[in-house]
Each structure stands twice: as C-alpha cells, then as structure tokens.
Design a protein around this ligand. Sequence first.
Ligand SMILES: [Zn+2]
Length: 149
Amino acid sequence: MKLESLIEQLMNKYEHIAEIHIAHPDLSGSETYIHVKVHTGEAESIEEYLDIVPSGNIKVKTADERSWTLPVTVMATYDGPGNIQRTSGTTIYKSDDVIGAEPRDVETGITMFRKKLVGMCPHCGAEPESLIDHYRDNMDCAAAEEGRA
Ligand SMILES: [Zn+2]
C-alpha cells in the first residue's frame, strides 16, 4: 500500500482529524519503520492500534524519487494534537481549527515528509549534516517546521 492511499483511507474513516503525525527513522540510525498517529476525538482509546495495512508494509517515495518499503504501524488517539517536530517526526496534516498552529494540508505535509526522509530541510532545501543543528541555527526553518501561528 502506498502512503498516500493509507492517508486517504484515514481521512475517509474519520469525520474529523485534528492532526496526523508520522514518526520516521532518523537516517543516521538503523531503524527503518514508520509510525502513523492520528489525533481524532473519534478514537476509542489513547492508543488504538488500527489494522488498516494488511501487509504491514507501506511504500513511500523520498524527495529524490527513490521508493522505500517500510514496516508501518498505525494508531489513532484521542489525545490532543501537538507533536514536537524533529528530524525523526513530521506532522503531515493539521486541521484549520487547531488553536495556536497553522493548518497543514496533506500534500504539503507529505512533501515535507519526503524531504526529511533524505535529511533535507523542508523549508530552505539545504541538506545539512545534521537537521537538528540546522534548525538550531535557522530560526525561520525551525518555526516553519513547527507550524507556529
Ligand atoms: Zn532550512
């Protein structure tokens, strides 16, 4: 299954989603999996694992047009939105009614995600050795990543 299809299924499954966040490998490490978290008041618990990807694998395309197949877990939570954006996590959707944050549509979010998978800053396009250092030195990039309103 492609990541885009999974996100589409999730958007159809719930009437209202506040945020979708993807935790993904920091490429300096050896872990290769992604964890999709859906923030919605319709979740049955704070950690409701969804059996929505039968194969357990998801196809993602990186910003440099490579295709990766990664193990995936999908979880819904009624916990409120708000994830700290790091090199190993990206908010790919945020609804326009989340207070104190700018909305983010899925297309924008997935584009950012693809860049971050290859260590590229989603905002200025730099490919720093360390995205963490890059954010520390570039307040604008860090602020854009956080989506602070
Ligand atoms: Zn940047």
